[in-house]
Design a protein. Sequence first.
Length: 255
Amino acid sequence: MTADVALPIVSSEFLFRSLAKHLGAEVICDIGAFDCFHSRRFRATGARVIALEANPVNFAVLERDASLAAAGIELFNYAAWNRDEEITFNVVDTARDAEWRNMISSIRERSPDNRFPSKPVSVRAVRLDSFLTDVLAGPARTIALWIDVEGAAYEVLEGIERIRDRVCLVHVEVETRAFWQGQRLWPDIETLLKQLGFTPIARRPGEEQFDVVFVNDRWLERSRAVVSGNTLLAWARLRAGLARNKLRSLLGAHG
């Protein structure tokens, strides 16, 4: 199944960071933080950054990185989910191959055609609404969510219901075919977020897997011009990047 998503195709990370700043996000939660590359960039918005990374192998690396604490990034070795419980997390074996495999570890097991062996470990899973209420010790008025959880996005989003009125912005990775067993696909995630009061405004390039930016309808109603302007800038940024890459390729071919 390929993507049939009638949304502007943009630099979604640029759009997320721009809107987080313009919509006044006080907290950005990086869910599935991996190496905290994005968390570091989110600090430039002025928001408090909370990073959740379930993979204990990745988390051990993050804990040893003093620069993350110096940057004010708060780390938690939790899996976001739709229940507060201990859960099995499948850590993909990276011993014999590229380190990028650490990125595809998940609560869910890979599909039957999986070529990537994994081992199950027990991790703590949390609902974001209960977790953030506890951690923030006094509710932040405005929260932005960056979600990259390898096939578990639907369940993560089920766990925001009690804070949905405080979430201004969601950036979520979705799939149009199942890479992980039992996962919910793009149409289900779009339906769920619309039921929670969010509208999709743009997406990253991709067919079977891509990122989508949603804005809470309450913020969209009062900041439509800001959202439209930043979406246009994110579209232009993507086009400029593609043009630069094409030019470099042509110069390299004739070098």
